[in-house]
Design a protein around this ligand. Sequence first.
Ligand SMILES: Cc1cc2nc3c(=O)[nH]c(=O)nc-3n(C[C@H](O)[C@H](O)[C@H](O)COP(=O)(O)OP(=O)(O)OC[C@H]3O[C@@H](n4cnc5c(N)ncnc54)[C@H](O)[C@@H]3O)c2cc1C
Length: 506
Amino acid sequence: MSMSIAAQPNLTMQSLWEATKPHIESDDFEADARYDEVIVGAGITGLVTALLFARAGRRVAVLEARHVGAVTTGNTTAKISVLQAARLQDVLDHNTKAVAQAYVEGQLEGLEWIVRYCRDHDVPVQRKDSITYATTFEGAKVVDRGFHVAQKLGLPVERLEDAGLPFPTTAAIRLRDQAQFHPLEFLAALVADIRRHGGVVIEGVRVTKVKASAKPVMVGSNRGEVYADHVIVATGMPILDRGLYWAKETPKRSYAVSFRAPGQRPDGMYISVDQPTRSIRSYGDDQLIIGGNGHVVGRHEDSTTGRVEDLVTWTKENFPGAEPTNAWSAQDYEPPHKVPFVGWMPRGRGRVFLATGYNKWGMTNAVAAALTLAGDILGGHVTWAKVLRRRITLPKTIAEGIGANLAVASWYARGWWRALARLQPVEAPEEGQGVLGREGLRPVAKSTVDGMTCALSAICPHQHAIVQWNDAERSWDCPAHGSRFAADGSLLEGPSIKPMKRLDVG
Ligand SMILES: Cc1cc2nc3c(=O)[nH]c(=O)nc-3n(C[C@H](O)[C@H](O)[C@H](O)COP(=O)(O)OP(=O)(O)OC[C@H]3O[C@@H](n4cnc5c(N)ncnc54)[C@H](O)[C@@H]3O)c2cc1C
């Protein structure tokens, strides 16, 4: 998606990665084809998984609704790090020490797999130190605990007196020798490699149905049906309702801006523990990337454009002379135990698998998931993956799950109330805006984008919450489970498999 931000007319909403990506061709769709494995989704999870199967001599097809990397992987910040802000203590707080240890082992294997793969396939990758820092007294306590937890889990972290940032910090810890790359250069290499091993990667195929009771499994899509022994759902939030993952995970969106900032970029990859988050890395000779200002998808009272502009203001204050080049946004899913869901899907008869819930640390987690799934289906022995499965639900996780579901319920009520409380007819909003209202008892979402006004039913087709306008991306976003739709109602991402209903066409 490419559009400009009001206060920064030269700044387009398109990721630096999408703007500089290598060309990737699609293979042709063949209706009724038979594969060993069908992988749904061509992000990092789907493509690494597909490659592992293709290398094992299996006939694989990756079916991608949009284009390779279109959703989160093409809009990430692509830091490949085992030190993950406060994530390790979160994992330890919600699980046993053995599970937290296994989580770290999976991350280390993911990191090394990516670095090795990039070196072997001429994908540029830079080894960088990963630094977690705080700017407040409270944040310093979080960083301090992070230091002890990382040490307890065997990571050689160090405390830093000077974080190497151009503003004061209250604490910082470092894990050396992590990595960063251009995520779409990595995906392009994976696609080429999958093809070399006889697999296909097909864009523009939206999977809408998986019939696991049939053998082989039937995979239905907008282009027709195909068949496979196994289906792996690698769509971020799983598209199928089996397992109700959309009711268990919290969809979290956040923003990033790249800047031309020659000569004043810190060398490492940074992330703050204080809110709003600031994620910092470099790219190429002169680019600086700053991420942050996240929120649960669709749950914001303010303008999302304001969140992008705030990143620009913050960066210009802290890195004088930095000039924004690209802005973007993406979402990822937070699981209740803070450890991803990876494995067979409930009611999938042992033939349908999934991987989801990386909570913004998906580079290493996607590879760990792919290695786990390959072990499950091809029969390998991945020790840490087995320990991760021995997860138990602690009372803290249950309490947080209740809180998360109450928050979803309150957003349902708030959305319906707001739409129905509005008595006057819904007028066409000004350019770049969307408004909610009603016609009779029907909630209506009306937007004007590029001079075109569209009227849609404001009810999310997934689970019937009322959508919310996102002005930075000119999209309708669902506050309940994170489905997102373009201004014309077409589906962008999330658990929905249907577009929003148009009210202004026959
Ligand atoms: C702002 C942000 C910054 C981040 N930064 C980092 C970072 O620095 N380091 C890190 O490790 N992680 C980071 N992450 C997390 C990481 O980017 C993600 O976890 C990872 O990219 C997820 O990859 P995926 O393959 O699971 O999902 P995706 O990349 O979203 O791929 C899923 C694919 O499935 C396709 N799809 C969906 N539905 C269908 C369907 N019905 N049929 C066919 N295809 C379908 C989609 O079009 C999409 O291409 C960040 C996340 C965000 C949101």
